[in-house]
Ligand binder design. Structure first.
Ligand SMILES: [Zn+2]
Length: 324
């Protein structure tokens, strides 16, 4: 497996962020839902990534407990499957996210990030698949019309199939097995109750030599571990699963995939902790000291260190079907 030492040169300060007002509204809607839908706290659950039976308490947010797996250090919420499903189809939240204002604002702020992503996929597809034009792409769980449009328009794409995408309103394109050259599965695992089942379905979509491109917030990342419940970007039931690098590798290996490349090219960890610096716990004196220096060169260097050592909270994986 290739653990890349390449890192993103973008300054985290130049990185475009989702408009704060939209984010606050989204979080407020989620909080209302969670407060109306409390769950029993004594639910027993194995680690959804590696299957380990033991875990330790990590944090509590809005009365929902998050545990950290003793084996792979992934983080997962103690939650009821039906409640998470109800959250994901909660009408107020869906309507808000599908509104043209919301979608347009996301498209505007992320277009260049998405274009970079598709270029990166093109290079990797050529490297690992030997072809990168007019491919059949299955896009699983995509919430953003702008990303879907950009993917369809790219040279990479010959046929585009949306699977379980919010903007398809519960309708799926015709799915046939072993048809996909590439499967995109980006930023979806955070809300998965049964990730093993999902990964096995994805395996079924892929041609024999097809590739899975997975992107996720990683529980083993700097801002997640440092901020815990004070991370404003992480909340129930939007985030019920934050896999570690070790956890995601175990999940893929246990469900018929060989990991070809795993990197954490995140650029936002330091910025996220800076944003919530006043909420740092008492034990985080070193982090507070480091970040209060506010020397941009040092902080960028630190973010690069996180990227290079696979410790950023944004993880990218390329995997292919393992021989059986
Ligand atoms: Zn685990």
């Amino acid at each position: 497996m290739f653990r890349s030492y390449q890192y993103t040169e973008n300054s985290y300060l130049n990185y475009s962020m989702q408009n704060n007002l939209f984010q606050q509204k989204e979080i407020a809607l989620a909080r209302q839902f969670v407060e109306k839908n409390h769950i029993k706290k004594d639910l027993q659950k194995n680690c959804p990534l590696c299957g380990c039976k033991t875990s330790r308490f990590f944090f509590n947010k809005w009365n929902v407990d998050y545990l950290c797996c003793d084996e792979c250090d992934s983080i997962y919420a103690v939650c009821d499957e039906n409640v998470v499903e109800a959250y994901l189809s909660h009408k107020d939240l869906l309507d808000f996210r599908l509104s043209s204002d919301y979608q347009n604002q996301i498209t505007e702020s992320r277009r260049s990030v998405w274009a970079d992503y598709l270029e990166w996929v093109e290079v990797r597809a050529y490297r690992f698949l030997g072809r990168n034009k007019r491919l059949t792409i299955f896009d699983v769980g995509n919430r953003f019309c702008g990303l879907s449009d950009l993917t369809r328009e790219s040279e990479l794409c010959g046929r585009y199939i949306a699977v379980d995408s919010a903007f398809m309103h519960g309708h799926n394109d015709m799915i046939k097995s072993e048809e996909a050259d590439l499967v995109f599965y980006n930023d979806v695992i955070k809300s998965e109750i049964n990730p093993s089942e999902r990964i096995r379905s994805i395996r079924g979509y892929l041609k024999e030599d097809g590739l899975l491109f997975l992107g996720a917030r990683a529980g083993s990342g700097f801002d997640i571990i440092t901020l815990k419940e004070n991370n404003t970007k992480i909340y129930p039931y939007e985030h019920v699963l934050l896999p570690s690098v070790k956890g995601i590798t175990a999940l893929l290996n246990n469900n018929g995939f060989e990991v070809l490349e795993i990197t954490t090219p995140g650029v936002m960890d330091v910025k996220y902790v800076m944003d919530d610096l006043d909420k740092l716990g008492d034990r985080e004196e070193f982090v507070r000291y480091l970040l209060k220096e506010k020397n941009e060169t040092i902080l960028q260097e630190f973010q690069r260190f996180l990227q290079k050592s696979c410790m950023s909270s944004f993880i990218r994986v390329i995997a292919r079907k393992a021989m059986v």
